[in-house]
Ligand binder design. Structure first.
Ligand code: HEC
Ligand code: HEC
Ligand code: HEC
Ligand code: HEC
Ligand code: HEC
Length: 184
């Protein structure tokens, strides 16, 4: 607890100076105007087709251009933006997407823990399938995390994973409110 307090104290000082991570509504222009609306909305491509890592790891990840080319080597439509994709692939140049969501380093967040227990992407990211350009929907503050964790401390999201983790965690609430759930 002492060590935690010291770590948090240092983190708090650094964080107070910058507060780089909290940007609700942040909607940067991307190097290629990739529309989620056309892909995840109109063409109903599942989120996990591209963000496959969200099921198994901490980060949801951004798909490499080779995933885009699974379709765009076949899709006939050509636009300036699709041309940029093909040039990047031809030149073996990675696309430099601007990261929108950024939690500070002293917070532990893991996609798989949420996705596997049935929390929908949209609960945290909003209606991405309607967005031409992605914008940060949630504030990503500690209060925001805790509001949902309080709601799920007693109400199971998915009964089976909750039953298993409840036993494994010695009957602690599953969505933790302990400082050490998210800070260590
Ligand atoms: C065809 C592939 C594809 C599909 C399908 C897709 N995405 Fe994405 N997603 C991307 C790419 C590429 C980016 C990076 C460019 C951008 O931000 O628009 C991205 C970015 C994002 C970001 C912002 C990440 C950051 O920088 O913080 C979120 C959130 C996101 N996607 C959520 C979703 C959700 C939710 C769905 C399903 C409703 C979805 N995506 C479906 C390819 C995809
Ligand atoms: C419980 C809330 C929550 C859920 C559910 C959630 N995300 Fe996220 N997502 C976040 C947070 C918080 C971040 C910022 C993480 C960071 O900075 O380390 C993030 C970041 C991302 C990013 C940026 C790259 C990365 O992994 O850091 C993408 C892409 C993304 N989410 C897509 C998705 C998709 C797709 C789903 C559903 C399969 C999903 N998210 C479900 C909260 C959530
Ligand atoms: C599962 C198939 C699939 C994948 C994967 C995919 N796309 Fe697409 N994309 C499409 C389809 C279908 C269209 C619509 C074509 C049409 O309108 O005829 C499209 C359209 C587009 C457009 C044009 C949008 C407009 O304004 O008309 C861009 C840009 C684009 N995709 C970029 C990407 C990028 C970048 C990736 C990888 C991150 C990607 N796509 C991955 C199927 C896909
Ligand atoms: C929309 C609801 C929701 C939001 C928002 C949310 N969580 Fe969770 N979180 C859950 C649920 C439900 C679980 C339980 C998953 C399981 O164990 O089945 C969980 C579990 C966790 C766990 C692992 C279990 C534990 O508590 O020890 C961590 C760590 C965690 N969340 C961190 C975060 C952080 C950090 C944020 C904010 C950036 C956040 N969560 C936002 C719903 C949410
Ligand atoms: C469910 C996840 C979660 C839990 C549980 C949690 N925190 Fe946090 N905490 C966060 C997130 C996310 C941030 C960064 C965003 C922010 O500052 O609001 C944060 C930021 C902080 C900060 C930086 C100060 C600030 O407001 O910028 C301190 C100090 C802190 N937490 C202390 C604690 C203490 C003490 C506890 C236990 C009583 C706790 N946290 C429990 C997620 C959590």
């Amino acid at each position: 607890m002492g060590i935690l307090a010291v770590c948090l104290g240092g983190a708090l000082a650094a964080w107070g100076l910058s507060r780089v991570g909290i940007h609700q509504g942040y909607e940067p222009v991307q190097p290629i105007a990739f529309p989620h609306k056309i892909h995840a909305g109109d063409n109903k491509i599942p989120c996990l087709y591209c963000h496959y890592a969200a099921r198994t790891s901490r980060h949801a990840g951004i798909p490499p251009a080779s995933v885009c080319m699974n379709c765009h080597s076949l899709v006939e439509k050509q636009t300036v933006e699709i041309e940029k994709l093909k040039e990047a692939v031809q030149d073996l140049r990675p696309i430099k997407w601007t990261k929108i969501h950024n939690l500070p380093d002293f917070v532990y967040f893991n996609h798989s823990q949420h996705v596997l227990s049935g929390v929908a992407c949209q609960r945290c990211h909003g209606p991405v399938e309607q967005m031409e350009r992605v914008k940060q929907f949630a504030p990503l503050t500690m209060g925001w995390c805790l509001d949902c964790h309080r709601e799920h401390a007693h109400v199971p999201v998915a009964a089976v994973p909750r039953a298993i983790s409840t036993v494994a965690k010695n009957f602690n609430p599953v969505a933790g409110l302990d400082c050490t759930s998210c800070h260590y």
